[in-house]
Every structure is written in C-alpha cells, then in structure tokens.
Design a protein around this ligand. Sequence first.
Ligand code: MN
Length: 346
Amino acid sequence: MRDFQRTAEPAGAERTEARGDRFVVQEHHATALHWDFRLERDGVLVSWAVPKGLPPHPAQNHLAVHTEDHPLDYIDFEGEIPEGEYGGGQVMLWDQGTYECEKFNEREVIVVLHGRRARGRYVLVKTGGKNWLMHRMDPPDDPTREPMPSGLSPMLPTTRKTLPECDSESESKSESDWLFEPAWGGERVLLACEGGRVVLTAADGADVTERFPEFRALGRALGSLALILDGEVVVLDGTGRPDPALLARRKARPEQPAVFFASDLVWLDGHPAVGLPASDRRTLLAKLDFGGPTWRTNPTSDGQALLAAAGQQGLPGVYGRSAASAYEPGQTSPEFVFVPVPAKDR
Ligand code: MN
C-alpha cells in the first residue's frame, strides 16, 4: 500500500533491537483524523486506527479498526506523509511507553500501558471483521474525571434595555461585576469537541453540525482535547461583516464562511465548568488561546464602550454576564443579558 521511495516513513529495512514491550500512539491527520495505537509484538507493530483516540473513561468505549502490521522502527515516526500517498497527512507522536501484556489472541488483547498520557489497563475486543472495541478497564487516570455529557443546549440571555451597571436597582454592582462582549447577530450554539470531532447544538437542542462543515478543521486542531464551548456562529458577508440574513440562508449558500466566536466554557477535559463563576470560566477560556481560521475567542471589554461601538458598526448590541454567575445550560438566565443598541444610535 505504501510507496517507500516517496515517503519519509521508515521502511523497516533497519530493524532496531526488539525489546518487545513498547507501544506508541500516533495522532494522524489523514483525511479522517485518527490515533494509531501500535503494540510491539513478535518483531512488528500490531496496529489499530482509533478514530476518537484512546477512551479516557471506562464509560466510553471507542471503535478501533485493526490495520496492517507496521515495521518496528515506525515507533519513532513523526512527520508528513505526502498527499496522495496512503494515509497522507501529518503524523505526531501522541505518546510512547512500555506495556505489560496480560492477554493477546485473535479476538482479545489486554494490556497495561505505562506512557506519559496513556496509562492504565485497556482491553481490545474483536467485534467483527476489522472492527474492534477499545475499553478502559481501570478507573480514569484522573479519578475525578467524568464522561462528557451530551444533550446540553446553550444558556440564553434575558434582553434588557440598559446595561446592568446603569440600573439604579443594582447600584451595589460595579462595572467589574459584569463581563461584556460584542453581540454579532449570529446563532447561539454549544460547540462540543471530543476525539477531534465537533458537534454543534442550537438553542432548541437541534444538532446543526452538518450545516457548518468548516468546523471540522477546528476539531482536528483541538486533537484529543475534550471541551464544550458556548458561543455564536456568525456568517460574514464579502466585507467581513456579520450578516444574519446570510446565516439564515446558509443552507443554500454554503460557500459563505461561518466563524465561531467562543464566549464561555462549559466543559474542559473531563470536568464541568458550569458551577464556576463566569469570571473563572473566562480565565480558563483565555488560557486555551482558542483561535484559528474560522474560530475566535470573543473579547470582553467595557460595556458602555462596546455598546457605542456596536451602534457605529451596525452590530446588534452587547452581551453581559454577571461575573459571579454559574452557567445554566438550556436556561434563560437573568444573569446573562443582551442589551440592544438603543434605537436612537442605530
Ligand atoms: Mn494512520
């Protein structure tokens, strides 16, 4: 399948000394992102392609597709497989280590991995043809880790006429008690990513992933990081301005680029963030340094200044979150507000 004249991959001509107990996980950015799990065994690397990566939690089993044995010196390979070659795309070493073999036959493999990221007892069970199931037998490496929830929908704002700190009833609150950000007139969604796969959920709970194929690249960029972000999907017109009409016509005009503006963090790497104050969630979001060709972190700023700028630039208004407030999926929260640009400033 491979043309070893054309690729930089090891051809297996120079066998390294067989130790017999090594494993490697290679993150492979081929046409479909996957993680190649390889075990050193009888002088070769017995291999599976795991589309979602190693399951970190016993509650999540992942498909593992048995692939051809690879030469031993492939264990250190990382780099680019040329386009057009079998498996073309970037290969990165995700983890390497040693393993203990507890069982190894045609239908079942049980190993204990001693890697930097992959640690613990795993079983691979053949389910039919090339398909196997990979299951973590140990508790999660991080004992407080939880499986990522599904079925969440975004928190929705309460619309108010004025910025919260201008309200006489809340004089005790100062500007710093609220986090303000621009509203782009887009569609509020939750963006969940796990195993490099993105799922977008709209306010009504509908899965709208298929409408926005450009966010597949976002999943690949996040790799094995599991998270759920709240944000706005915005479709830009030819001049880079958000255009709600284009967003509405998106099904008919898929060539219009959509951008995801992340505003809040709901879940990160096995841990819920919903109970943290909004200010702490923002700090975690900032640390992610989330940004790419079609995704950005929505900046926070002074509420009055943002509202004035929104009026000048034809944006609909600003969002505000009470800095101490929790995230309430699927709820309309009084502590998450939308303040439209006043009619006189439009
Ligand atoms: Mn591969």
